[in-house]
Design a protein around this ligand. Structure first.
Ligand code: UD1
Length: 429
């Protein structure tokens, strides 16, 4: 298995392009199942998760082509995919594929909405605690689907088609909101989703659905209203920039010091994380081209942060912030309220010399003078990249094992960091 070796100490300078958002690209690709016409998606990041989802969609009968590169495009500027689900040969998503990427479970919504039947394996366990699908099932049931669990699969059937309904989520869920929205666009009548997730990726998917002919309003607020339509058509849509990648590299610059333009990044997508960085003493300067992030030699101030649904501080940046705070001048408190057991990076950061105490959902991070490089193990996507951030400031060499997690979610990570002056190398295993 590949490893990444980082020699810490180099400041970051220059321009670092931000890719399309993984968490929007995946549901957008899944939305292609809603129509027999072609959905063209631009700015899709080149990630292992995207490749895996193409395989899963291919298994259902979705044809895809990757549009050839245009002048000015590079390996870091994303790709354009054309997806066409004109003939679906199989409405079953098997365990071997779904268990490798939880978001693939979401295919259940467009399949049942368009074909009246879907069989999707229950996704099973995941490295960041239990991530149930009960609220996704609740949403489909509210819309009139009959749900049964058969041999580890969720089987959804709607002999008479889906019917618009009121769906009130007892807690904010991104996956639940995507599933409810994708099913309701083809339902008969009006659906109102209450306590909907407000994440920018929900808004991006709603925009794309509307281009396909859907009638979705209110995305980005807690109440989404959807007037069902009988069919959707093709469209072209560009995936919005990745706010988690943006926040991650902003923290990398804050950690290593330097001055970097995060090209294409948009500040309103991650205002709360940027506010936290400003509080820590980082210079954040939104420009027309992106967001400039800078830190001179001065130390970082500690922060108190609680993860929350959007627009709060995102759980997907919690591990990276913790890595950053290991070097702050004082004690930070970081509370994780979205996922239980999302602290696996703590033990690995400790191997580099970090001082972190865990007490339930609260991590108390006491800043230390220096980190020292060591071999560490990546355990999930965001945890892995927190180790990269720590490695950028650790003395000597940090070797990150099991980097396939990084490849799932960060496009051209070594290339992007290297071109800003970091010493990062991939060792093929
Ligand atoms: C998505 C993101 C993930 C991010 C998370 C929270 C994608 C592909 N993944 O994950 O990167 O960390 O949002 O911002 O977009 N829950 C239930 N029952 C359900 C569904 C969820 O109890 O049926 C709980 C979860 O266990 C969790 C909380 O609701 O505690 C939020 O989960 P959710 O927002 O659905 O996260 P995902 O969509 O899985």
């Amino acid at each position: 298995m590949d490893r990444i070796v980082i020699t810490g100490g180099a400041p970051l300078t220059g321009v670092l392009p931000i890719s399309g958002a993984k968490n929007a690209a995946l549901p957008l690709m899944i939305a292609s199942l809603l129509t027999g016409d072609t959905l063209e998606l631009a700015n899709v990041p080149r990630l292992a998760d995207v490749q895996l989802l193409l395989r899963i969609l291919g298994n259902h009968g979705v044809d895809h082509t990757v549009v050839g590169r245009r002048p000015g495009e590079s390996a870091e500027t994303g790709q354009t995919l054309r997806l066409c689900a004109s003939t679906i040969i199989d409405t079953t998503a098997p365990y071997e594929l779904v268990s490798r990427m939880r978001a693939s479970f979401w295919v259940i919504a467009p399949l049942v909405a368009r074909f009246g039947e879907a069989r999707v394996s229950l996704p099973g366990g995941c490295a960041i605690g239990t991530r149930p699908v009960d609220l996704l099932i609740l949403a489909l049931e509210r819309l009139g689907a009959q749900i049964e669990i058969e041999a580890g699969d969720v089987v959804a059937r709607t002999p008479k088609g889906l019917k618009g309904a009121e769906i009130v989520f007892p807690k904010v869920t991104v996956s639940g909101t995507h599933v409810a929205m994708m099913a309701a666009v083809l339902a008969n009548g009006t659906t109102v989703i209450e306590n909907a997730a407000r994440e920018p990726e929900i808004v991006d998917v709603a925009d794309c659905l509307n281009k396909m002919g859907a009638k979705v309003s209110g995305a980005g607020t807690p109440t989404i209203v959807i007037e069902g339509v009988p069919r959707l058509g093709g469209a072209r849509h560009e995936v919005l920039p990745d706010r988690i990648e943006t926040g991650t590299y902003a923290m990398a610059v804050a950690m290593a010091g330097g001055d970097v333009l995060l090209e294409n990044a948009r500040a309103p997508l991650l205002q709360s994380a940027l506010d936290t960085l400003v509080q820590a003493g980082v210079t954040i300067d939104p420009t027309n081209a992106g967001i400039r992030v800078a830190r001179n030699g001065a130390g970082l101030d500690p922060v108190d942060v609680t993860t929350e649904p959007f627009p709060g501080f995102p759980t997907d940046l919690q591990a990276q912030l913790m890595a950053l705070m290991t070097r702050a001048k004082g004690t930070s408190r970081i509370r994780e309220t979205i996922f239980e057991n999302r602290f696996m990076h703590v033990q690995e950061l400790a191997r580099l010399g970090a001082r972190i105490r865990l007490d339930g959902d609260l991590a108390t991070v006491e800043g230390v003078e220096r980190l020292r490089g060591a071999p560490v193990m990546a355990t999930d996507l965001r945890a892995s990249v927190s180790l990269v951030i720590a490695g950028l400031a650790a003395e000597g060499e940090t070797t990150i094992n099991r980097v396939y997690h990084l490849d799932r979610g960060f496009e051209a990570l070594e290339a992007k960091l290297t071109r800003c002056g970091a010493q990062v190398e991939r060792v093929r295993g």
